[in-house]
Design a protein around this ligand. Structure first.
Ligand code: ADP
Length: 218
């Protein structure tokens, strides 16, 4: 499902709750694809542009003022519009494989299924922000919130002075809703979204992801 005439590269997104192993697996996949001669660009949302990194700081760092869910949604979509137009589309046009840590499904899962904002409205905003760009493949790393949060906390505590991600302080119930939301998205779009069991060893999960990629024959 390449976007012939619009893009020529392959667009892969990674989704999952905090601590599910997205960054770990993305890095391994990047090395794997580069090893077979592909030119790969790895980016993350929110971020990946000057504007995006500034807004990321606002979104993810602790703040004394609670962020209104609708304000949060617009901030995410603003970052997305910026990274799609200035980074992702140009890279895809030049034939690169682009791997993105979080994309439109994160907004559906977090702001929609977990925070309760209207799913249809989010889909519409996602569509506007991306100009209709849809990933060729989305890898959903599925993990229980208990396991994910344990890993995420271990990572934070291991880094002295590390800023705590706001999401990592949310309740387990919130993350359960996120996980269920992700699984609903995968169920409704099985051709694009592939669910991978994140509770296994890192190399085993990597092997699964490479298997999926090789079947698609990127
Ligand atoms: P995410 O990007 O989804 O938040 P990370 O890739 O940063 O997750 O992983 C969170 C923490 O869990 C890291 O310390 C990482 O080394 C560890 N980790 C990742 N995958 C696994 C796994 N399959 N089993 C055990 N620990 C893992």
């Amino acid at each position: 499902m390449r976007h012939i005439g619009v893009t020529v590269g392959f667009f892969i997104t990674f989704e999952g709750i905090e601590g599910s192993g997205k960054s770990t697996q993305m890095e391994m996949l990047k090395r794997y694809l580069e090893g077979r001669g592909e030119s790969v660009l790895a980016v993350r949302e929110p971020g990946g542009t000057l504007l995006g990194e500034k807004v990321r700081g606002i979104l993810l760092n602790s703040s004394d003022e609670p962020v209104d869910p609708m304000a949060e949604l617009f901030l995410y979509e603003a970052c997305r519009a910026q990274i799609v137009s200035s980074v992702i589309r140009p890279a895809l046009k030049s034939g690169k494989t682009v791997i993105c840590d979080r994309f439109t499904d994160s907004t559906l899962a977090y702001q929609g299924y977990a925070r309760g904002l209207d799913i249809g409205a989010i889909r519409e905003m996602n569509d506007r922000a991306t100009g209709g760009l849809v990933p060729d493949l989305t890898v959903l790393i599925d993990l229980s919130p208990e396991a994910g949060l344990e890993r995420a906390w271990a990572r934070i505590n291991g880094k002295k002075g590390a800023l705590e991600d706001r999401f990592e302080k949310e309740s387990v119930l919130f993350h359960k809703k996120v996980r269920e939301g992700y699984l609903k998205i995968a169920e409704s779009d099985p051709g694009r979204v592939r669910v991978v069991d994140g509770a296994r060893e890192i190399p085993v999960i990597h092997g699964d992801i490479c298997g999926i990629i090789n079947k698609i024959n990127v």
